[in-house]
Write a protein that binds this ligand. Structure first.
Ligand code: SAM
Length: 441
């Protein structure tokens, strides 16, 4: 493949970010160089998300933006990967004539070969297999996008059958990586200076490889090396939250006290229809078990509003659960019917206006809760792992994943990658601000 410059645009979850990091590594292996703007690129890779219709449509908006660049640089190639090609296949090529290459979620490693074939003989290329070959890209080539937090995908696919969710269609059944290969990757990341790793999977806590279940994997990674300051993981499913899982938060000090645990609804009839496998009371019991093991555990969740048949009383039950759960953060989504799911067969009977109203009501309730909670952090010292410093302004995350902005005084070593003690002075609903009055560790 001709050497040149590449640009990547990523939509969707952390797993997509990690896939883009793999794509970047593959292109760099071919001698390509990353650029920060599409206008300077010879290859643009758009990594897509299909979880909601609006997310999937972003692909076509992005390609619409990029196709004008082809007039300026006729050699420019547009490649599209991820969940939308996996779901919609070749029909995307008919809808968007400026796309040159299409790769599904299982075909990322084919990207350089398809680009090379294209350079040689022109035409358009397409590779979308349904057979999972999840972990065939060598981990050492992954071009991690953050300088502090490294993503490691440990489970691909999902075995749950949530009625609304397209993920089993786009990523297939669960495939777990061996604990040895995960440990090797963590060790190599620590050698390269990373101090925080985030284990990824659509349902990461379903991990099982032989006798090694997810709590055991956490223990092995945690105990590997004290250079690992913070161990994180996402996304978890409540079905796999039990005593053994909860104990990890009590027993592993470097396991960050943060858990994203989607609930989706607070109404039992909706949860049953969604096939989530728990009632609202059972979900809250699991939160209590987790908090009994780690009192200060920061919890966040996803909720869908306007699911088929969701009544006002169902929605009120969700609002009530959200109040009771005392989340640190909440991601609210408007229900979007997805092809191939079981819920798509039901009438999408909550109007768009009503979905938006419920979205607004729930978000406002959550923002009020967060504002009050954040006020209580004023005056506290929080340990911040610095992720960015620009013209004297820095930002980073606490172990609880709280975003903290701070002014970096010239006498303080506030480089990316150091831990600083920041005194919180101001609270916003979604972030905190503070000052540094002690040297870096
Ligand atoms: N696998 C994870 C789980 O189920 O817990 C989350 C995966 S999904 C990429 C992230 C969130 O998108 C889900 O938790 C859900 O709230 C939301 N979501 C998924 N399908 C949706 C749909 N059809 N309409 C609206 N929101 C949806």
């Amino acid at each position: 493949m001709a050497k040149g410059k590449y640009f990547i645009e990523t939509f969707g979850c952390q797993m997509n970010v990690n896939d883009s990091e793999k794509a970047a590594g593959l292109l760099e292996m071919e001698g390509m160089e990353r650029v920060g703007a599409a206008s300077g690129a010879d290859v643009i890779f758009v990594n897509t998300c299909a979880v909601r219709e609006r997310a999937a449509e972003k692909l076509f908006h992005a390609v619409g933006r990029f196709k004008g660049l082809k007039a300026l640089n006729p050699a420019l190639k547009i490649a599209v990967g991820g969940c939308v090609p996996q779901m919609q296949g070749k029909e995307i090529l008919d809808r968007a004539p400026s796309i040159d290459v299409l790769v599904g979620t299982h075909n990322l490693r084919d990207l350089p070969r398809l680009l090379a074939e294209l350079a040689e003989s022109g035409g358009r290329r397409f590779a979308v297999d349904t057979r999972a070959d999840a972990f065939s890209i060598p981990t050492e080539i992954v071009a991690h996008s953050s300088r502090t937090r490294a993503y490691i995908t440990v489970v691909e696919g999902c075995n749950h059958v949530c009625s609304f969710c397209v993920v089993p269609k786009t990523r297939g059944k669960e495939v777990c990586r061996s604990p040895e290969s995960i440990i090797d990757e963590v060790r190599s990341l620590l050698d390269r200076g990373y101090n925080e790793v985030m284990l990824l999977g659509q349902t990461v806590n379903a991990y099982r490889f032989g006798d090694v279940d997810f709590p055991e994997l956490l223990r092995r990674v945690h105990d590997l090396d004290s250079r690992l300051w913070r161990l994180r993981f996402t996304t978890s499913h409540p079905a796999h939250v039990d005593e053994n899982f909860a104990r990890c938060f009590a027993e592993l000090p470097r396991l960050a006290p943060y858990l994203h645990l989607p609930v989706q609804s607070g109404a039992d009839s909706i949860l049953a229809d969604m096939r989530r496998g728990y009632t609202a009371a059972e979900y809250l019991d699991r939160l209590a078990l987790l908090r009994a093991n780690r009192k200060d555990l920061a919890l966040t969740a996803d909720v869908i509003v306007g699911y088929p048949g969701e009544t006002e009383a169902d929605f009120e039950a969700t609002c009530q659960l959200v109040r009771a759960a005392e989340y640190e953060g909440l991601f609210v989504f408007l229900y979007s019917p997805r092809p191939g799911t079981t819920a798509v067969r039901k009438p999408d009977d909550v109007s768009a206006a009503e979905k938006k109203r419920r979205f607004k009501v729930l978000n406002e309730q959550q923002q009020r809760q967060q504002r009050l909670r954040h006020q209580t952090y004023i005056g506290r010292i929080e340990e911040v792992l610095v992720e960015e410093v620009l013209e004297g302004e820095g930002k980073g995350r606490t172990p609880h994943f709280r975003l903290v902005h701070f002014e970096a005084p010239p006498n303080v070593d506030a480089r990316v990658g150091v831990r600083l003690d920041v005194r919180i002075t101001t609270a916003f609903p979604n972030s905190l601000r503070g000052t540094i009055d002690v040297p870096a560790r």
